[in-house]
Ligand binder design. Structure first.
Ligand code: ARG
Length: 556
């Protein structure tokens, strides 16, 4: 019933319910508004309401109320955001790269967005399980195992520490032989059978491949400060046969050209024929969808999840819609449990085409992060020189890493995730605009004030109060108090760009306030009041950025 006003001259909130009541009550909206206002008890919250235009009710928060709220917020480590009353078990399925294949920019998006979504859920007080649904099983392991056995047998020795090197190149070699050499193909098929039967060398080879990939993935997670628990596709292997028998017993399984399938409603091929979800292939093998069905059962039963969020590219929308539908038909989604595909668009280069290196290769994630960091470093070094500062190598390294990685994450998170996203180093590292550096600067600015004034912002006098006078102070104050609302929205709707937008506007409002109002030079009680606003801005930025997985700097 209440919406924030777009123009401060209408107060802070506006209600238009008098207009919608006019017809059913057969009265003039203005009269209805008058009656509502006469009966409204707003306590100490608002100034007396005003009726405007045809019957809008405008509410303006009392300055005293704003000041009290800000003071309470500043004293609260959670900045006034209460944890949820009924915590849920939330699983976030994200990142999920494939063994021995390239971990590409799509996986990077899933990793960054998934981490932020998990952080927000954790902050709201939910019990979060972060799962890496690694693609570590499937027929492609036949050729990989065979290639490993034949080209790199020493890697299979008991406790060999042999590094197979670039796994992506290794994958390509295996694929090439598989496509060109019939005997190799046969041996690969046998290796798959061996793997499924638990044959020792095949298992060992599979483990070596997984371990090598795992180490490469882990380096990236460490650098991005992301924690995630691996529970790959292979984990669900023992449960796949049960999925088939149970679907069969429920009468949902149909034989279709030798395969066992379920027909989900609403999915057709180009010719308009119904499209089946393949549960078991003609050769007895299982599919990606079968594993996801087993995972749904495990997650809802063993993990007792209330909410499962799949942070996976939009291209897999049909896959999830089908799998969720089959699970629902089978009665595998308990009442009240929510399964949600949280889709995101593709990453494009500045030319609007698929993101590639200049030579047309896929961009390696390590190279991408290295480049962001080295550009951040070049910017920093230029500034240090221009300002004739003396900085240690440790300082430069730390700042460049935080800015570079922070910029990559922020650029991704600040876009509406459902749109395709254009990757641009120049844009993400710009000091102006909706970027990580802009936000980090606003934070650093506050730290500078506290250093310059030799003030410990954490220990402002307990009796200190907020006095709002200037328009920019009001604007900043109102914005600060919206944190709670924004985080509630992000936790529910799973759009981290909403939080980015909030932090961007906060930085802007802070900069406007700081340009207009002197802080250290102001007389008391303004001085302490403004220091409180500065401190609250910094704390909000720090918390908000931490929920995006971005760390702040004291100086930069
Ligand atoms: N490994 C898959 C890929 O690279 C993503 C897995 C997503 N999670 C899931 N439960 N299917 O496309």
């Amino acid at each position: 019933m209440l919406v924030p006003t777009s123009n401060p001259k209408f107060g802070d909130y506006q209600a238009n319910l008098a207009m919608s009541l006019a017809k059913p009550l057969k009265q003039k909206p203005r009269d209805i508004a008058t009656q509502i206002v006469e009966h409204l008890d707003l306590g100490d919250l608002c100034e007396p309401p005003e009726i405007a235009g045809p019957g809008f009710i405008n509410l303006r928060l009392k300055t005293e109320y704003l000041a009290d709220q800000l003071r309470a917020m500043q004293a609260d480590p959670r900045l006034g955001v209460a944890p949820v009353k009924a915590p849920q078990k939330v699983i976030v399925d994200f990142s999920s790269p494939n063994i021995a294949k390239e971990m590409h920019v799509g996986h990077l998006r899933s990793t960054i967005i998934g981490d932020s979504i998990a952080r927000v859920q954790e902050f709201m007080g939910h019990d979060v399980l972060r799962l890496n649904h690694v693609g570590d099983w499937g027929t492609q392991f036949g050729m990989l195992i065979t290639q490993l056995k034949e080209a790199c047998p020493e890697a299979l020795a008991a406790d060999s520490a042999v590094d197979i090197g670039d796994l992506v190149a290794f994958y390509k070699q295996a694929k090439k032989r598989f496509d060109e050499d019939e005997d190799f193909k046969t041996r690969s098929r046998e290796a798959v059978v061996g793997l499924q039967a638990g044959e020792e060398t095949s298992i060992k080879a599979w483990q070596v491949l997984c371990e090598q990939s795992r180490q490469a993935f882990q380096q990236l997670y460490d650098r991005l400060a992301i924690s995630i628990q691996e529970r790959g596709e292979s984990f669900y292997n023992p449960l796949l046969a049960g999925v088939v028998t149970d679907l069969d017993a429920l009468g949902l399984l149909v034989e279709n050209q030798g395969a066992k399938v379920v027909f989900a409603e609403g999915f057709t091929n180009k010719a308009g024929d119904p499209l089946p979800v393949i549960i078991q292939k003609t050769d007895g093998g299982y599919n990606y969808a079968t594993t996801d069905l087993a995972a749904i059962r495990y997650r809802t039963q063993q993990d007792a999840a209330d909410r499962v969020l799949y942070v996976v590219d939009a291209g897999q929308g049909n896959h999830f819609a089908q799998v969720f539908q089959v699970a629902a038909k089978a009665g595998w989604i308990p009442d009240g449990v929510e399964l949600t595909h949280v889709p995101f668009g593709v990453v494009q280069g500045e030319d609007g085409k698929k993101f590639k290196t200049r030579s047309g290769d896929t961009v390696k994630l390590k190279d991408l992060l290295d480049e962001a960091v080295s550009r951040a470093r070049a910017d920093l070094e230029a500034r240090i020189q221009a300002e004739e500062r003396q900085e240690s190598e440790a300082f430069i390294h730390n700042v460049a890493e935080a800015v570079g990685i922070g910029a990559v994450k922020y650029a991704d998170l600040s876009q509406n995730r459902t749109s395709n996203y254009i990757f641009s180093f120049d844009k993400m590292l710009a000091l102006q605009g909706n970027t990580a550096p802009y936000m980090l600067y606003a934070y650093v600015r506050v730290q500078g004030i506290s250093r310059k004034g030799n003030i410990d912002l954490d220990h402002l006098p307990a009796e200190a109060r907020v006095y709002l006078g200037d328009d920019t102070e009001f604007a900043l104050a109102r914005h600060l108090l919206q944190l709670d609302e924004v985080l509630g929205e992000v936790a529910q709707d799973l759009y981290p760009n909403r939080l980015c937008q909030y932090l961007f506007e906060l930085s802007q409002k802070f900069n406007q306030f700081y340009d207009r109002c002197s802080v250290l030079q102001a007389a008391e009680p303004q001085r302490t009041s403004r220091l409180l606003l500065c401190d609250l801005t910094a704390k909000t930025l720090k918390l908000g950025l931490s929920l995006l997985g971005i760390r702040v700097l004291e100086r930069m």
